[in-house]
Write a new protein. Structure first.
Length: 131
């Protein structure tokens, strides 16, 4: 059962948002003009970390983010939309809202095709070569 359901229509009429709490998880659905086009965001808060899981209208897990104090923190993972088996497209590591650490991009077979290293938001290495 949905609790605290709220629907907001944006002035552009292009997006509607539905939010509710379901079994302790905050759920946001963004509905777009295209038929059956929406994105669900499942938001959980545990030990000060807000975890957001994005699911597209076909039920495919497309992205996972983590935030601390409103800033990206930890690993952001994007998944290939055409796959329903959670094939990773890319991972980026954040610290206090800035890229910090390894960022990897993968091809459809899971091989690393791009590797970048960031320190406090600045690119320091690309494909194992200093920049």
């Amino acid at each position: 059962m949905k609790e605290n359901q709220k629907i907001i229509s944006y002035p552009s009429k292009n997006v509607k948002t539905e939010t509710y709490t379901y079994e302790g998880t905050f759920v946001t659905k963004h509905f777009y003009d295209a038929k059956n086009a929406y994105v669900k965001e499942y938001i959980t808060l545990e030990d000060g970390v807000r975890k957001i899981i994005h699911i597209n209208h076909e039920g495919v897990h497309t992205k996972e983010d983590h935030f601390v104090d409103g800033k990206r923190h930890g690993i952001e993972t994007k998944y290939m939309v055409s796959k329903n088996n959670k094939t990773v497209k890319s991972t980026k590591t954040y610290s206090e809202g800035k890229l910090h650490g390894e960022c990897l991009t993968y091809n459809a077979t899971g091989e690393v095709i791009k590797q970048e290293i960031f320190e406090h938001g600045k690119l320091v290495s690309k494909n194992n070569e200093p920049v």
